[in-house]
Structure formats: C-alpha cells, structure tokens
Design a protein around this ligand. Structure first.
Ligand code: G1P
Length: 271
C-alpha cells in the first residue's frame, strides 16, 4: 500500500526570479490558489494519508501558511464569513497530514529524499515534484494502480522535443507492458542531445522503494555537483530492480519556468 508521499520544497526557485526572491514558488497563486494545493489535492485523491514536506529555513513561509491558526480564528470570529471558514477548514485538513523535515543546503533531489529516511514506514512511497502539475487526470492515482498491478516502481513519462532533452531525466525503454507502460532499461539525468537514448522524459511523479535510501547514502554528487535521485534510480535498475515508465494521460504544466508558470494559470482557467 502506498500511504506516504514526500515533496521536495527546498529549491531556490531561481528560474522564477524575481517572483521568488522573498516568496516560495510553491505558494505563488495559479488561477487563484497556491500551486502546492494542487499537489496536495492530487495526493489526497490518490489515497495518500501522510505527506512529508522537505523545506529549508529560507522557506519557513510554507510552514507558516499551514500554521496561521491564530490569524484565521481571529478573523473568523470577527467577520463570520463562510468563505474564510471553508478555506480555514481546508488548511486544517492539509495540516493534519503534513510533516516537515529540513534540507538547509540545496544539494539536490537525492539529498532531499534522504532527509525523509527515518519517516518512511512502508516498502514503497510516492514522491511528487511540485514544479510539475498534471491536471484533468490524477497521475499519482494511476501510478499507484500500475504499481499494484506489476508490483514494481513506477515513474511518470512524457514525450518531449529532442532539442529539450538536456532539461530532463531521459529514459531508455525496454519492452512494452501495455498501452501506457514500459519497462525501463536505463535513465540518464539531463543528457546532451547526442547522449540522449530517447526523447521520453521523467516527469516529477515517482513510486520509489525504501531501499533507495541505502543507495543514496553511497551516492557521489553527479551533474552540477548535486545528488540526483535519477542517479540512484539508475543504480537500482542496473541491480535488476523493476522500474516502469508510465505514460500518463492528463495535461502537463511546467510551473518551474516563468513562461510555464504564466501559461499554467491560463490553462487551468480554461479547464
Ligand atoms: C527534475 C529531475 C529530472 C526530471 C524533472 C521533471 O529536474 O531531476 O530528472 O526530468 O525534475 O520536472 P529539475 O526540474 O529539478 O531540474
């Protein structure tokens, strides 16, 4: 059973400067609600019961967003506005599920995952990267059923333009399992166009095994001096662990770049 999810939130958000110079990108509004709430709703509807936020001291504002009870209680008492009460109840529901851990140095996604080691109880857990919104279809939920069916790790996959491969983790695929799922032979973090084995990219949804922690403990920094989760996954694949690339249905929105962020509000307002 996949009941726990982790969300790395300690990134600096440099691609969204100046918006992120004082404000965490995950709290920026997308069509009237903070981006992180779309991710939380996806988790809840996929049956996740506990969510671990990996934040940093610089991003305490994310914690404050869920712990502003005093402010809400005062306003609700004074104004008796049902809309505010409803919003507060939603925040309370989220808060109950969230645990916070800290990654104060931005050493990469692999390092962020490692910070959650002592909290993961089951054999498998879900990870969502908050820059990647997937609308219209719950990608985490579909991946959890693929995991149940094939008893293996699962990662979201999408076709990207060849000239953009160096922005993503790129798969080398093995045999087709069914319409939407392929076994993964290899995965390479941000390859050059020449190195890229395909143009199937890793999108930020992963069902990972608990044993990835021991791999991460041994791992040396990779591209850009960071500890990449992709490199640890590659090791597991080389050790015969089964990983599936799931071609999700649903609308992908890249909220980590300025153009993508602007576009996401337009796209969501059309849904
Ligand atoms: C991360 C992963 C990369 C993946 C991407 C999806 O990159 O390292 O493999 O393709 O997310 O959004 P980042 O966006 O942190 O550069």
């Amino acid at each position: 059973m996949i009941k726990q999810a982790i969300i790395p939130l300690a990134g600096l958000g440099t691609r969204l400067l100046p918006l992120t110079s004082v404000f965490p990108k995950e709290l920026l509004p997308i069509n009237g609600k903070p981006g992180i709430e779309y991710i939380l709703d996806e988790c809840i509807h996929a049956g996740i019961k506990e969510i671990i936020f990996i934040i940093s001291k610089k991003k305490e504002m994310i914690r404050d967003y869920f712990y502003n009870d005093h402010f809400y209680k005062k306003i609700i008492k004074k104004k008796k506005d049902p809309r505010i009460l409803k919003e507060y109840r939603k925040i309370l529901k989220y808060k109950k599920m969230i645990k916070f851990v800290y990654q104060n140095k931005p050493l990469g996604t692999g390092d962020a995952v490692l910070k959650t080691k002592k909290y993961i109880r089951n054999k498998f857990f879900l990870m969502l990267l908050p820059d990647d919104l997937i609308m219209k279809n719950n990608c985490s939920k579909s991946m959890i059923s693929v995991h149940k069916q094939y008893k293996s790790c699962v990662m979201a996959s999408m076709n990207v333009k060849k000239k953009t491969v160096s922005r993503w983790g790129i798969y080398k695929l093995d045999r087709k399992l069914d319409n939407k799922n392929y076994l993964i032979k290899d995965v390479i973090e941000k390859p050059s166009i020449k190195e890229a084995p395909s143009n199937q990219a890793v999108i930020g949804r992963y069902i990972l095994p608990k044993k990835i922690f021991s791999e991460l403990l041994k791992q040396k920094p990779g591209k850009g001096g960071e500890i990449h989760i992709t490199d640890a996954i590659q090791k597991l694949i080389y050790n015969e662990d089964k990983f599936i690339a799931h071609n999700f249905t649903g609308k992908y929105l890249d909220c980590g770049s300025m153009q993508g962020y602007i576009n996401s509000t337009l796209e969501i307002s059309k849904l």
